[in-house]
Design a protein. Structure first.
Length: 162
């Protein structure tokens, strides 16, 4: 069975995510910082009237950011009914990859890494790391407050929880 992966880079790392959850790709969207948010939450994007959290993937993954990258590229995803923007360095092709080239994460990889990476596809000359998009919304209360901005406000409920 084949799965289509949208490829992207963060630093020197080469990632893929299933293209089915990708809604759009944009360059240089204005990001408004959110005070008190987690370090990897770059801020919020106003995407046609909907507030979308923008995740700085360098911070999220602990990868140093190159000063040579002057523009940000946003991959807008729908994950578990929520929108999120992944701020990445470059976006590549959509690759149809067969499950036979996929290997699960080795058991000796750190627990933090194995939560983010589902495994990899061995390609000619490089390894495509399959990023687990479901891990974007962790149980961190600061991130959950930002994610609440992404949901319609319910009557008699504050927009941001205290």
């Amino acid at each position: 069975m084949y799965v289509d992966y949208l490829t992207f880079t963060v630093g020197q790392l080469y990632f893929g995510i299933p293209s089915a959850g990708v809604l759009e790709i944009n360059k240089n969207l204005e990001v408004t910082p959110v005070p008190g948010s987690a370090k990897f939450v770059k801020g919020l994007i106003n995407l046609r009237g909907q507030l979308v959290p923008a995740m700085n993937m360098h911070q999220y993954l602990g990868v140093e950011q190159s000063e040579l990258i002057s523009q940000s590229i946003s991959i807008i995803l729908s994950v578990a009914g929520k929108l999120v923007s992944l701020q990445v360095d470059t976006v590549g092709d959509i690759l149809p990859l067969h499950e036979s080239t996929f290997e699960s994460v080795p058991s000796n990889l750190s627990e933090a890494s194995s939560k983010l990476i589902l495994g990899g596809h061995k390609l000619s000359g490089k390894l495509l790391l399959v990023f687990d998009c479901k891990q974007i919304f962790p149980s961190d209360p600061q991130v959950n407050q930002v994610n609440q901005l992404n949901q319609p406000n319910q009557p008699n409920q504050p927009l941001i929880a205290n």
